[in-house]
Design a protein around this ligand. Structure first.
Ligand code: DOR
Ligand code: ZN
Length: 383
């Protein structure tokens, strides 16, 4: 397919309008004036709920939703039911993922059953194809065990991704800052380890990350679109639909995160796509934590007005660098000016849980192409 007048997103920003050829079956040529051709985005952090909660999501609905959101490669967390804490479970997920329209990789759990009590077998999980180890969804393990976990994962060539939130301190900013402080201390004592901090949400975390990176530690960090774009005030507007872990914070936090992303202290944007069925997102007290991420992420990110080279670093290059993944034949065509209404009922995902429901957004993926196949766009039927 020839895309006329498309602009190309490159590591140093946007190129001038030009004609690009992308392999996409029998697709006709397109006038891509005003559109941006980007390498497919990669999402380092998603919950696909498979196995165990098909009313929330499955590998298939999650992958289709990711394709619609412009993600051609996503990494699925291990807090499924049962959790992905053995080589056998990981192998089975990898086998099933071969049929999906985009690339889906899996993390293995860091501790058995995510309970924080005993470590999983890092080498066996690596051999089965895990791309990292993580207990995300919780952080139950103590610093001493995290240190051993970092050693073993490092020895197996796997990064450790942590949900930095000391459970005994609740969800206050201090619970995150202290978890990060502890984890950095553990990292300092381990050679060969790579620690990645998930969904950093608070200003106090940024200085710690900057200092550790400055000291040469192998530390990387992500921030979510919702922590960049929304604040705790959202809870008054959207109630339980804005309930997420870590919680939405203050405007000062959101600004600090944005600055840290621009400065390269925070490496990537990852969605923490956490689909839930409506029944568990009604009641303020008992509502489940988590927001739908895939299909609103790109508009949310573009609305931040970040320089395009930062978007490339945060959504294309950074996530692949962190997990040592290559960019394959993966492309998305973006209409940065398209306005659209967020109607969760028409999401491809089973999770309609977004506080952005009913909002007008700007910026949309018009086509997603993986390995020469159009996996989202014009002629793809709505599943
Ligand atoms: O809000 C969240 N939801 N935060 C997490 O860490 C886990 C996730 C989930 O699995 O629903
Ligand atoms: Zn998490």
């Amino acid at each position: 397919m020839r895309l006329h007048h498309a602009r190309l997103l490159r590591s140093n920003g946007l190129s001038a309008p030009d004609t690009f050829y992308i392999a996409a079956g029998d697709e006709p040529d397109r006038d891509a004036r005003g559109l941006v051709l980007s390498p497919g985005w990669m999402d380092l952090h998603a919950h696909l709920r498979d196995p165990g909660a098909p009313q929330k999501e499955t590998l298939e609905t999650g992958a289709r939703s990711a394709a619609a959101g412009g993600f051609t490669h996503v990494v699925a967390m291990a807090n499924t039911d049962p959790p992905t804490d053995s080589a056998g479970r990981l192998t089975e997920l990898r086998r099933r993922s071969e049929a999906l329209p985009i690339k889906v990789d899996f993390v293995g759990a860091l501790t058995k059953g995510l309970t924080g009590d005993s470590l999983t077998d890092a080498r066996a999980l690596k051999s089965a194809g895990a791309v990292a180890l993580s207990d995300d969804g919780r952080h139950a393990l103590e610093a001493g065990l995290l240190e051993v976990g970092l050693w073993r994962a490092g020895g197996a060539g796997l990064p450790v991704l942590i949900h930095p939130q000391l459970e005994r301190l609740g969800t206050e900013p201090a619970a995150e800052v202290e978890a990060i402080r502890e984890a950095i201390e553990a990292l300092r004592r381990t050679a060969d380890a790579h620690l990645h901090l998930q969904h950093v949400s608070t200003q106090g975390s940024i200085g710690l990350i900057a200092a550790a990176k400055g000291a040469g530690l192998r530390l990387t960090a992500e921030v979510t679109p919702h922590h960049l774009a929304l604040t705790a005030a959202e809870l008054r507007i959207s109630g339980p639909l804005a309930k997420v872990n870590p919680p939405l914070r203050t405007a000062a936090d959101a600004i600090a995160l944005r600055d840290a992303l621009i400065d390269g202290i925070v490496d990537v944007i990852a969605t923490d796509h956490a689909p839930h069925e409506d029944a568990v997102k009604h009641d303020e007290e008992t509502a489940a934590y988590g927001l739908h991420g895939f299909e609103t992420a790109l508009a949310t990110v573009l609305t931040l007005g970040l320089p395009w080279e930062v978007v490339h670093r945060a959504c294309v290059a950074g996530p692949r660098r962190i997990l040592g993944q290559e960019l394959l034949d993966e492309w998305i065509l973006i209409d940065p000016d398209q306005e659209w209404l967020v109607e969760p009922e028409s999401f491809y995902s089973r999770g309609h849980n977004t506080p952005l429901k009913g909002r007008r957004m700007r910026g949309r993926v018009v086509m997603t192409v993986v390995g020469g196949k159009v996996v989202h766009g014009a002629e793809v039927a709505v599943a």
